[in-house]
Design a protein around this ligand. Sequence first.
Ligand code: GTP
Ligand code: MG
Length: 306
Amino acid sequence: MSQNQTNNLAAGHRAGHVALIGRPNAGKSTLLNRLVGEKIAAVSNKPQTTRFKILGIVTRPEGQIALVDTPGVHKPGYELNRRMMTAVHDALLGVELVCLIRDASAATGNGDRFVLDLVKQSGKPALLLLNKTDKLKDKSQLLPLIEWYQSEHEWQAVVPISALKGDQIEHLLAEMIRYLPAGEPLFGPDDFTDQPMRALAAEIVREKILETTGEEIPYVTAVVTERFEEIREDYARIYCTIFVERASQKKIIIGHGAQRLKQIGISARHDIERMLGHPCHLELFVKVEKDWRERSHLLDEMGIKQ
Ligand SMILES: Nc1nc2c(ncn2[C@@H]2O[C@H](COP(=O)(O)OP(=O)(O)OP(=O)(O)O)[C@@H](O)[C@H]2O)c(=O)[nH]1
Ligand SMILES: [Mg+2]
């Protein structure tokens, strides 16, 4: 054992994996980005934004948290959705602590019961995170919710938060670390995700599409980075393909006079450049691929694993 490792253990260092589980739109990816301090997951006001597990690493002197963001729990229809739900089950198996995230400003529905049952069945220690407290007029509105969840399950802690505004985030980190096992850091001090740059770039493009289009498009769109060329240390060329299912959807994404696609490209490039720390050239190509949500090889290519 190295001197560093001995020091870490003597200081009570803790480390482990923590899953973020919840209904679509509960704010899991917003919380992941907030805790990691980098934008690694796409966020949108449309449900089912996240499609695969995304690891985010939070390193503090007292512990290291490997956070696993997951797709929102929903009834799977297509192969895409079945894979999304497999990612949820997988995440639950591979962690030491589960965080159930609930939008505290929304009414309780069958979906909430379903998520609760998944957490219970996992048999893992769990924290209950009541998110979006900034939307509540009065914090006492949380009380019936807390009562219901506590009557259903034994939580290590209940933590009201606002992932968007950052309320109670340091307290939440301390609670997560507290329930992790003693151990050495699992990742290097500068690591913050398991996602390669090309995957992050594709997710940024997808987020911009969700931002600029209406209700129908999110579900039928996927983005793949076909080529990521690091021309110089300070310049990259990135080529992404946007998949849709029908010619009419392609028209929507491209927009009148190609204005929408241009807008998507500009705002995606802006975010990608910020992530890379240098300029890049971003080219977007829209392709109609009927039934891509059911086609295994395309889903594999998109990184949406079986
Ligand atoms: N007011 C408020 N909005 C929030 C908060 N957290 C997240 N949101 C918003 O809720 C919406 C959904 O956020 P996401 O982080 O994409 O939710 P998610 O749980 O990852 O959703 P899926 O990936 O679809 O399962 C976005 O519009 C966020 O800006 C919060 O604390 N307060
Ligand atoms: Mg998400």
